[in-house]
Design a protein around this ligand. Structure first.
Ligand SMILES: Nc1ncnc2c1ncn2[C@@H]1O[C@H](COP(=O)(O)OP(=O)(O)OP(=O)(O)O)[C@@H](O)[C@H]1O
Ligand SMILES: [Mg+2]
Length: 492
């Protein structure tokens, strides 16, 4: 979390935090670090020790500068004189606690007054720890507790989470999905007008939300094919592969015509042949597949060129095959009537909310050739609906396994899905659409998306490349904190 100190792997009880403790003295300090000379603990008292991961506070005038102990080095006196075992503590400074006349103790990142040589340092006391992690934000919710002091709550601000985007990263099995479930529950509880759309590749979220969730499966999905833009439509009829240029050109030509036929009748096409530019293949207006097929058929009948005839025949056969494929029923099933479009979108985007703010889109039952197209439409529409409703319909789009749709390698992945998510990442905030990006491989995720996340929950990350990405993503993150990413416990 920005401006907050890390939770670290070092666990101490609160009693230990409150007890009188050994002191050390600052012997060196620069703008980011202090070195402290201290006597090592004597061994009998298991809690009275210096250890990597502890937070250290250094008294500077009335303030206490706080930092993270990231290295302990044996001092110059040898281990043969146990009563004088001196150690050097390396502390990365991260902020300070100061007394404010009105608000009491407050913590801020950044340091106004640096420790002087000889300043007294000790392990942080509980009241300072509470000060560091407390929040005055009314939208703050408790998501867990500090690992250094299990009785101090760890809080995050829901407003801050939703005002931009957040991500949850961590090696597989460390507890990402469980953490996301908890966070979403809290968001739904505190923001009554917030919609949540979960792209759920493993069908694991429905059970977590019970009656709050509206689940969409391959069987209940009801998405009119005409909402697909050309690229998405292509994915469907070419079964996940790229179509031939000739066939795609033909679609680009005939889909707008079919839209005109739907709107103005068959004469419309003849009259409006030049005005057809009003609609493109991407304009989200209804049309009938029967009209599309008929237009193609007519063109075939009027043609002399064998090559183009062949292209159009092939295209027509493809469209018919997709329409007749029962697995694509959710796209082509009953969608020639358009009066139900409000119902269709209302159901997915929860307008009205109807007590179920969360839509779980179970992707694993959707045919793999079209799953990308469907994810793309859903992300695109989340943005368009927020825009069209003047930000009244605010949606949080949760992308599990996000590296699959927005991979770092721009050659792979499905371009429209990437574009839809990138648009939310860049502009969503203005309209109240936010993203939750969840991945076990931050290294394989498009870095521009990660850089738009202003809150990152990081569980353990074992892989070096993944840790590097986090170092870059968290510009103001402290080096020593990030060094702990590889040694966090499960769920920490
Ligand atoms: N706070 C928790 N308390 C108890 N058990 C938990 C907690 N968090 C996670 N678990 C358990 O740990 C296991 C892994 O959790 P989870 O599925 O959330 O991990 P994940 O990071 O999403 O994994 P994957 O990368 O495979 O999706 C699950 O069996 C879950 O029940
Ligand atoms: Mg998971």
């Amino acid at each position: 979390m920005t401006n907050q100190l890390p939770q670290t792997a070092s666990v101490q009880t609160s009693e230990a935090l409150d007890r009188d403790r050994d002191e050390g003295h600052v012997i060196e300090c620069d703008g980011t670090e202090a070195r402290i000379s201290a006597l090592a603990g004597m061994g009998e008292d298991a809690e009275n020790y210096w250890a990597v991961g502890q937070l250290i506070s250094i008294q500077v005038g009335k303030n206490r500068v706080v930092g993270l102990l990231y290295k302990v080095e044996n001092g110059e006196i040898g281990w043969d004189q146990p009563e004088k075992r001196r150690v050097t503590l390396f502390v990365e400074l991260s902020g300070e606690v100061r007394q404010d006349e009105r608000r009491g103790a407050i913590f801020s990142g950044g340091i106004s007054q640096y420790p002087h040589v000889g300043a007294v340092a000790h392990r942080i006391r509980k009241h300072d720890l509470i000060t560091i992690y407390k929040s005055s934000d009314p939208s703050a919710v408790t998501v867990g507790s500090l690992s250094q002091a299990p009785d101090i709550p760890a809080v995050v601000s829901v407003d801050a989470l939703l005002s931009r985007h957040f991500s949850v990263v961590g090696t597989t099995g460390t507890g990402k999905s469980t953490a996301v479930t908890l966070i979403l529950h809290l968001i739904a509880k505190h923001k009554l007008n917030q919609r949540i759309l979960i792209l759920d590749p493993h069908n694991e979220y429905t059970s977590a939300f019970g009656a709050k969730a509206n689940t969409i499966t391959a069987d209940t999905l009801d998405l009119p094919f005409w909402l697909l833009n050309l690229e998405e439509f292509q994915q469907v009829i070419f079964r996940g592969r790229e179509g031939s240029d000739e066939e795609v050109d033909a679609l680009r030509e005939f889909i707008p015509k079919a839209k005109i036929v739907y709107k103005h009748g068959a004469q419309g096409v003849r009259r409006k042949s030049s005005a057809s530019s009003a609609f493109t293949a991407d304009t989200p207006v209804p049309y009938r597949l029967a009209d599309l097929l008929k237009l193609i058929e007519e063109e075939i009948g009027s043609l002399d060129g064998a090559l183009r005839r062949l292209t159009l025949r092939r295209l027509k056969a493809r469209i018919e095959a997709a329409i007749n494929d029962p697995r694509f029923g959710f796209l082509f099933g009953s969608h020639n009537a358009t009066d139900r479009i409000e119902d269709v979108l209302g159901n997915i985007y929860r307008v009205p909310i109807g007590g179920k703010p969360i839509t779980v889109f179970q992707m694993s039952g959707i045919p793999s050739e079209v799953v990308n197209s469907v994810a793309s439409v859903l992300c695109r529409m989340a943005f368009d609906i927020a825009l069209a409703s003047n930000s009244k319909v605010k949606t949080l789009v949760v992308c599990e396994e996000a590296h699959r749709y927005i991979p770092a390698d721009t050659q792979t992945g499905f371009a429209p899905t990437r574009a839809a998510i990138a648009r939310i990442a860049k502009e969503g905030r203005k309209y109240g659409v936010s993203l939750a990006i969840i991945t076990q491989r931050p290294n394989e995720l498009d870095p521009t998306i990660l850089s738009q996340c202003n809150t990152i929950f990081s569980l353990r990350l074992g892989n070096d490349a993944d840790q590097d990405v986090m170092r870059k993503a968290i510009a103001n993150g402290s080096r020593s904190t990030l060094a702990f990413l590889s040694s966090l416990a499960d769920r920490e």
